[in-house]
Write a protein that binds this ligand. Structure first.
Ligand SMILES: [Zn+2]
Ligand SMILES: [Zn+2]
Length: 1017
């Protein structure tokens, strides 16, 4: 007996059941044991930030990772299965700040950096556990418990080593520059953190006068959307070759920017250069001694503003560059938190936003305000806390990128990207990447091991914990881990003898993730250390070992990595940067990348919009298999619309597989069938076809897995299930009713094989069904069975049946277009094309309920041609009427290429509208190469048969509604009005399993179970 299936699958319940079973039977451990020593397949997991529960979008990447790891394991590969958690840096800090209600660096320092670090670690531990549970529920098989945590001391040491290498190559420098700054987080952001992080914001739009020195009544007019930068103004820039004019009101503008004004004088921009002017806030202490003057700048835009640009080098990147060229003073008005310094008088202590009002009031009071409005524009915001960014001059630690750019491009050329055009995206990023800003003025992150010396001017970069210990002058006893504040209490000795303190900055979190191909695999580690990765903050959270160098040699570079496209400028980049620096090689051989997850209406998901779905909700409401199926079906280079609607649609589609398995189980149990290794009799042609079709599925799926192309997996599987259910089972129903063992065996074999190849996509459903269908000597889990080895196939047979199905599909379409239901038999069908379907004419006749099938030219079509009036009207003029009547009368000749000859003229294809339609009495459908036409006329014989089929359908529905078993026999009573159908009594009996059929005085057909009480069933 096969264990019967319920009518419908309860995905959630069966997934829980399988999860528990996997655990109880140690299925994953047994799989790993089986593959130990097999050919390695190196996968490196990009760390997930352990800062929140997973969102639905995380399930996308996690699905792809699991699908291909499962596939490679089924193929017998040895895998590492190490999961990674990203644990430090601003994400985690901002999360903890929110949790504690802290909103500035001052508040963190008051709270205590040690306490704060503790809370960060607790947060990571909490969410690592939650994420682990969610991944397991998704079906992800990983070596849980031996994860890597990027805040381990080991990980940090490896980064130190990389930084020391950069220093030795002369790439490390401290940049004094204008940077995008988040005033809330109190730190700068690097180039890769800025892309795509914008919001539509409303800002003031001010036109302001700068009165010229020595020219009474004349002023420059500038435009600004950042009034807070005006107190730091030192210059005004003009475009040297543009024309500027003085209005009758005494204002200088670029002429192009104020075309309606009356200009009393016009000059070229270069003539204004050097002119001094009165700054807008000269009375502030910060402005003391500043001489404001006009400078030339070719980049001044004449597409917005006034053509005169206000320059504040302390508040903008381009302004800062200009200050170097023109030797301008640099005034930095705001501190780390974005508040004005005390040299800014009445603005002191206020934020950039708070000073907007007072600035406007003051300008107005002094008659300097020409116009004040507002503007809505795209403006950069902090990607973590959404605070609008400002520019500020800061000293950041940078790694020079110029020298490594070409080696990184060369390394990327060795990588196989899927989809392949992303390779070019990576190249673009590498060509344009600036120097890497690696420092953040924060607390819980990688401590940069930089120790500058004021005495000798040298910078010491510590490359390991041992080196730190060797150089330390104290504080080691309190160094519980390599984090602030503890690390800051370990001073070291400079080679010159001076005692040095560490710089206060921590590192960019992408350093943490980028080093993992080295830190987790034991690069240059002489001796394997058991649990040796579980150091510092990671101690107690993981049991991960620190392997030795031989292990690194085995597993580096990774065969495959997969993350979302955004990671091109993040993890793919930082990993590649670090790996090319340390080894000259790409850390991965192939990449699968994918786009963004949107809601089902195509909008971005946001918690505040109420349309976000987190992983927990998705898993609880949709189930893992359906989620995984949805992600696999999607073309990864397009954004995915995720939601309950699309999920319900997939659940509905999966019913075809379920129903096919249930059909098999029900009939196998009726006939007492048990599957053996060999087919129990002679195969019929349709059986042979299904076995070949199953081979084809295995080959197509293997090919798609090898190409990391999941949409092809789903396409191949869907098409197979359709063939299996809507062709093989449909066409073999009668054999199943009769308990035909060969048919049962063939169907069983096809189902079992298909479960094997779809297993990686839908592991729960596959194992659930496998456990019901498997032969007694088969492995208990589908994931322990060997992968089906593809063999040569009968391509001719596959082609024939594919053509038959195509003809049948078109035949159905033709009938549908003519509104003739499939239960109505028809007389004649003509097929043009699809010659290889000809040996199957009987099957086609049966499927399409026609009496005769012919292969040959279809003459059931007429072609009508009309003039395309917008083109032909102007061209033909008066002749149009004659052409039109000739076309209407059918007096034309069709030309090769689609044109028409009519009235002695040749008309081009686009000049006519060609319409092909069936002649009266025919219905017709066609695709590129095949045309199928069917007669639509009915005679008495056809009508009667149609009514018989309606009755059969009705009686079978009644059987189903009455809950009869498949083998129950019935007696049928018909009203007298249906007496003429008794001509086909035997046919009806056979189709509805009736022993008797008679008429009586009933108003509707009735059925009763044979041998039961005549009162009814
Ligand atoms: Zn921020
Ligand atoms: Zn020194």
């Amino acid at each position: 007996m096969f264990e019967p299936l319920p009518q419908y699958p309860d995905h959630l319940a069966l997934e829980e059941e399988i999860l528990a079973w996997w655990d109880a039977e140690h299925v994953f451990d047994r799989l790993r044991e089986r593959n130990r020593g097999g050919p390695p397949f190196g996968f490196m997991d990009g760390p997930i930030t352990a800062n929140n529960p997973m969102g639905a979008h995380h399930c996308w990447g996690r699905t792809l990772k699991d699908v291909f790891q499962r596939y490679k394991a089924l193929q017998g590969h040895d895998l590492r299965y190490q999961n990674g958690f990203d644990c430090q840096g601003l994400w985690v800090e901002v999360g903890v700040e929110r949790e504690l209600g802290l909103n500035s660096k001052r508040e963190i320092e008051e709270y205590g950096i040690a306490e704060f670090a503790q809370r960060c670690k607790e947060r990571v531990a909490k969410y690592a556990e939650i994420i682990t549970d969610q991944c397991r529920r998704l079906g992800m098989w990983m070596d849980w418990g031996n994860d890597y945590y990027t805040f381990s001391d080991t990980n940090i040491e490896y980064i130190w080593r990389f930084l020391k290498e950069c220093h030795e190559r002369g790439w490390l420098y401290k940049g004094h520059r204008s940077v995008e700054w988040c005033p809330r987080c109190g730190t700068s952001l690097s180039q890769h953190e800025l892309i795509n992080s914008y919001a539509e914001l409303t800002h003031p739009s001010l036109y302001v006068r700068f009165p010229l020195e020595g020219r009474q009544g004349e002023s420059l007019v500038v435009w600004t959307t950042t009034p807070w930068t005006l107190p730091a103004n030192v210059a005004a820039a003009v475009k040297p070759d543009a024309e500027y004019g003085l209005t009758d009101g005494g204002d200088w503008w670029a002429v192009e920017r104020n075309p309606d004004a009356t200009f009393v004088r016009r000059v070229r921009g270069e003539e204004l250069v050097g002119q001094e002017y009165e700054g807008p806030f000269d009375s502030l202490p910060a402005q003391e001694g500043v001489v404001h003057r006009v400078i030339p700048w070719d980049e001044v835009a004449l597409t917005e503003g006034t053509g005169i640009v206000h320059i504040a080098p302390g508040c903008g990147a381009e302004d800062f560059e200009l200050s170097r060229v023109h030797d301008l003073p640099v005034l930095t008005p705001i501190d780390e938190a974005g508040n004005f310094y005390k040299e800014y008088g009445e603005f002191e202590g206020r934020s950039t936003q708070d000073v907007e009002g007072p600035v406007v009031v003051e300008l107005e009071r002094r008659g300097l305000l020409v116009e004040a409005g507002s503007i809505v524009h795209r403006y950069p915001i902090c990607w973590r806390c959404s605070t609008p960014l400002v520019f500020r001059i800061a000293d950041d630690w940078m790694i020079r990128a110029d020298e490594i750019r070409q080696p990184m491009l060369d390394a990327n050329a060795t990588v196989q990207w899927t989809p392949d055009f992303y390779s070019k995206r990576m190249d673009d990023w590498l060509r344009n990447m600036g120097d890497w800003n690696i420092s953040r003025s924060r607390y819980f992150g990688l401590p940069l091991p930089f120790y500058p010396c004021d005495s000798c001017g040298r910078l010491t970069v510590v490359g390991s914990l041992d080196e730190l210990r060797g150089r330390a002058t104290g504080g080691l006893e309190q160094l519980k881990e390599l984090h602030r504040p503890w690390i800051d209490d370990v001073p070291i000795r400079c080679d010159c003898g001076a005692e040095l303190k560490r710089v206060p900055e921590v590192g960019d979190a992408w350093l943490d993730a980028g080093i993992v191909p080295f830190s987790t695999l034991g690069w240059e580690n002489p001796e394997w250390k058991e649990h040796g990765y579980a150091t510092g903050a990671a101690a107690g959270l993981t049991g991960a070992d620190l392997p030795d160098h031989a292990y690194w040699e085995k597993w580096f570079p990774a065969h495959w990595v997969s993350e979302m496209r955004e990671q091109i400028r993040l993890w793919f980049y930082s990993q590649c940067f670090m790996s090319v620096t340390l080894t000259g090689k790409s850390p991965y051989l192939s990449v699968l990348t994918y786009e963004k997850l949107l809601d089902e209406h195509g909008r971005e998901m946001h918690r505040s919009w109420g349309n976000a779905i987190n992983a927990a909700e998705a898993l609880q409401n949709i189930g893992a298999d359906v989620i995984r199926f949805m992600f696999c079906e999607h073309v990864p280079s397009q954004n995915l619309k995720f939601g309950y609607g699309p999920a319900a649609e997939i659940r509905r589609r999966l019913l075809t597989l379920w129903n096919s398995v249930k059909f098999f189980v029900d009939y196998a149990n009726v006939g007492g069938f048990r599957p053996g290794p060999e087919v129990p009799g002679e195969l019929q042609p349709l059986d042979r076809w299904l076995l070949e079709r199953t081979e084809q599925l295995a080959a197509e799926m293997t090919d798609a897995y090898e190409r990391y192309w999941t949409p092809a997996l789903i396409r191949a599987f869907d098409s197979f299930v359709d063939d299996l259910s809507n062709w093989y089972i449909r066409r073999s129903r009668r054999r199943f009713w009769n308990g035909d063992e060969v048919a049962l065996w063939t169907l069983w074999y096809a189902l079992v094989r298909s479960l094997q190849v779809i297993g990686p996509v839908m592991p729960f459903l596959a194992d659930y069904l496998w456990r019901r269908l498997r032969a007694e000597d088969a492995t208990d889990s589908v994931f322990l069975a060997p992968w089906p080895e593809p063999r040569a196939r009968d391509e001719q047979l596959l082609h024939e049946v594919a053509e038959v199905r195509r003809v049948v599909e078109l035949g159905r379409q033709a009938r549908g277009d003519a509104s003739i239901k499939l239960r109505q038999p028809l007389r004649r069908l003509v097929v043009q094309g699809a010659r290889s379907a000809q040996p199957h004419a009987d099957e086609i006749a049966e499927e399409l309920r026609v009496k005769e099938v012919e292969f040959g030219p279809v003459e059931a079509m007429e072609v009508r041609v009309k003039p395309n009036l917008p083109l032909l009207g102007p061209k033909l003029g008066k002749e149009l009427g004659a052409v039109r009547s000739a076309l209407e009368a059918g007096e034309f000749e069709q030309l090769a290429g689609g044109g028409v000859r009519v009235n002695g003229r040749e008309l081009a294809p686009e000049e006519v509208l060609v319409e092909r339609r069936p002649r009266a009495g025919w219905a017709l459908a066609e695709d590129d190469a095949v045309t199928v036409a069917v007669t639509t006329e009915l005679d008495d014989e056809l009508r009667l048969e149609g009514r018989v089929l309606d009755l059969i359908h009705q009686l079978n529905s009644m059987r189903k509604d009455a809950g009869l078993a498949l083998t129950d026999r019935i007696r049928v009573t018909l009203p007298a009005s249906l007496a003429d159908l008794l001509e086909h009594a035997d046919w009806i009996k056979e189709e509805v399993l009736a022993t008797e059929i008679a008429t009586d005085s009933v108003s509707e057909p009735e059925i009763e179970l044979q041998g039961s009480d005549p009162e009814g069933v």
